[in-house]
Write a protein that binds this ligand. Sequence first.
Ligand code: AMP
Length: 218
Amino acid sequence: MNIVLLGPPGVGKGTQAKILSTIYQIPQISTGDMLRSAVNAGTPLGLQAKAQMQAGGLVSDDVVIGLIRERLRAEDARNGFILDGFPRTVAQAETLDRMLAESQQQLDAVLHLTAPDEEIVRRLSGRALCTRCGAIFHQSSNPPRQAGVCDVCGDSVVRREDDSPEIIRERLRVYAQQTAPLVQYYAGRSGYASVSAVESPDSVQATLLRLLGRGRDG
Ligand code: AMP
C-alpha cells in the first residue's frame, strides 16, 4: 500500500501515519523527521536545510527529492510506505510519480487531511515531541503523564523550534502558496479523498481505515 498523507502542518499527518504504519506494517516516511535528524547530526545536508526550516520555508526540491529517492529504495519500503510531509510542491509530486512509474508502482491513496487555520494554530502552539521516538503530545489535550518525559520511551519531550507563533504563520502561508495546489494535482485520481481532521485522532483514524479498506477492495 503506497500512501501519501497531504495536509497543512499540525493537521495530524504524523499521528495518523504512525498508526497506519503499525497497522499496515509499512514505514512512515517523514521528510521533516529526516531533515531534523540531518540538522541535529550536523551533516552537510542538515547545514544546507537548517536556515529554511528555522524560517518556516521549504527546503529545496532537489535536496528533498534526493532524500526520498534514496529512502524509497530501502528494503523496508518494498511492500509500501506512508509519505508524511512529502510531496510539498507540484515539482515534488511530479517527480514522485515518475520515480514510482520507473519501478512499475503507483500511489494507492492520497489522503488529504483538513482543519481550519485556528485549529492548526491551537494544535501547533501546544505541540511537543519526543526527541527519540517522535511520539507526539499536546500540552492541554494530550500531555505526557510526567511533564517533559515521553510515555512511550522515557526520553525528553520538547517543543519544536518552528512551532512558535510567527513561524507557524509563515508555515501556513507557505502551505497555502506551495502545497495546497497539490489538492488540484491529485483530486481527480482514484484513491484521493479529503477528510476532516477536526475530530479526535481515533475518529479520523477510523475514517482513514474505512477509505483505505474501500480502496483495497476496489
Ligand atoms: P514537517 O516536520 O513536515 O512540518 O517539516 C518541517 C520542515 O522541514 C518544513 O517546514 C520544511 O522546512 C522542511 N520540509 C519537510 N518536508 C519538506 C518537503 N517535502 N519539501 C520541502 N521542505 C520540507
